[in-house]
Write a protein that binds this ligand. Sequence first.
Ligand code: MOS
Length: 744
Amino acid sequence: MAKPSAVTYDRPDERNLLDTTAQGVIGKPLDRPEGPLKVSGTATYAAEWKIDGCVEGVLVLADIPQGTVKAIHKDPVLAMPGVLAVLADEAMVRRPAQGTAGEAPVQDVHTVDYFAQPVALVVARTFEQARDAALALKVDYDAARDPVPLDPESPAATVEQPSDSEPVEGGDLDQAMLDAAFSVDVEYHTPGHASAAMEPHATIAQWQDDRLILHGSYQMLAYNVKEIADCLSIPPAKVRIIAPYVGGGFGSKLGITHEAVAAAIAARALGRPVRVVMTRQQVFQTVMRRSETRQRVRLAADADGRLTGLGHEAHVSNLPDEDFAEPVTQATEFLYRGENRLLKVEVARICRMTAGSVRAPGEAVGMQVLEAAMDELAEQVGIDPIDLRKRNLPDKVPVEGTPYSSRMLVQALDEGAASFGWDQRKATPCQVREGDWWIGMGVASAARVNMMVKAQARVTLKTDGTALVETDQTDIGTGSYAILGQIAGEMLGLPIDRVKVVLGDTDLPPGAGSGGSFGAISTGSAVMRACEAIREKLASALGCDAEDMAIKDGIARHGSVERPLAELVGGKDMAEVGAIEPGQTAEDFSQASYGAFFAEVAVHAFTGEVRVRRMTGAFGFGRVLNAKTARSQCLGGMVWGIGSALTEELAFDLRDGHLVNHDLAEYHVPVHADVPALDVILLEERDAAASPLQAKGVGELGICGAAGAIANAVYNACGVRVRSFPLTLDKIIPHLPDPFAAAG
Ligand code: MOS
């Protein structure tokens, strides 16, 4: 099969090179090479760089919801010990970005769009001095004359179609609902979420002549450079970002946040390095939130449970003028049958901090609701919820007609069910009681769109026969170092200890960045292509075609000829830049990763407390690049699924719009005691349409539907159907059956 010549990925690369190579390192559950640095505290995160002469900046946040800054009383604060500057420059960012822009307009923090928006930066010699001065800074405001509502359900809120999404309409859903043998028409609510990455947002900015160097915590460096450059009106070539280790992002570091630009402006003004680290509370109050959602799901089914109609309409929110609207129905478009359909999202313009991408934007909340509604339908039809899902898999994407590149949903449901012991589930609720606890099981499908984005990487085969992989790709805890090394090791026939991976520096070729589950397949494909170019040179030195050459443990072979790479490379480093861009394959196929979740819960018969007792996830996402890091991604998603189901909820005070639970004591992410043993089953699959690696994205898949499985298990346990996430005790207790009636 021919080698694709274009950079754009226009037709599936069916050669499947990684199954023809000899090293056997791809897919293996190898440790992260940077793991020892991380667990010993010697991996340097953004705020930890030791930079001579660095002073400290602390952001000052507005304590009104909307208005304008009338006066900043700088003088008393400038007289405080150690204080060097108070800045409120018009280039400072008012709203964080999504990381896809190249054009951050001048935002001007003198306008306040939401409660706790940064309005100024105080810089002092020590952090304590800066914090003290920031607290003391007095800011006068004029309240907004015509304020935007604080509540997404306010009748005063403007409701719009998002600029970047069209409704999907086909047939006549209303008629299908009337004609249906079984139908479900339900409204669900999901709350806002915080990304709650472990590392708070932080930047150290320093200028070297007219060049800005940022040590920061970002997901997509090639974009972030452009954003910073736009804010400061300097060319992108004058910005370098260094971010080798990033302590989690989950979307909140896709684009630049307030501290980055503030630090850069302060460093320029003072002529010395400035560090700005957000507090945990500031992170909660100012970076991207996931929008709360109200979702109406309509399911029309025939007598066998086959969907004839499917409606999914979502109401989400964001600040005025923001492009992003949580794409709630994204997976609904391709997952199930039902030619009569109406899928749409509308966005209410409200005054809360910017809503943006938070892990698996769209599917995370869309799937948990769709899958809960499917459980309601299965009960009505009187069939097993797994059967219902299997009966409703279309041959092509409904309405649109696009074929699927690959889909492991049936295998995930079947293998997951077998491993979990689904056959032990009772079809009706309140059948299993252990002491004071009702026990139940639930299932949900997982689905998340697959995306490739533009990426480059440089691979150098050194004269000593070792390889170096270089790109600005980030590793936000996902395993980029491990998998990019494995791809190069496999392609070049090198054991993993002879491959070095250097990431997170914009002086290196621009990778995809980390977002949308696209980092591994996009930057990984660039690494693969660079290696392919090196293989061709090696083959020519060996005197054969690349496809006739086998390389293992640094020895290239063709027939009886064997030569070490160190010799073939010929006394001079062999460097190649590989590149890939999305192309026609993205249009020709519906590409998604799939899976299934199984949860067993216990619901306390008196208090309504829900404990997840065990959970299994089975996932198919093309080739597994590293079984350990892929599994970890799935585990992380499932843990967030537990949080989405039971505890996580941004709570806003509707009097002034402030976020009430702005720390990890009050915003409840699952802790160890909440997370039982989780099983992850990785299904092997190949998907040539998705990438030359034949891999698809997995980073976000583990959350997409997980909370639905838990909600369904709660219903199966105690017969209480809660249509408002999270499933806290207060929503369950009033509906519990008489706890004394059934003493199991
Ligand atoms: Mo992701 S929410 O695109 O980091």
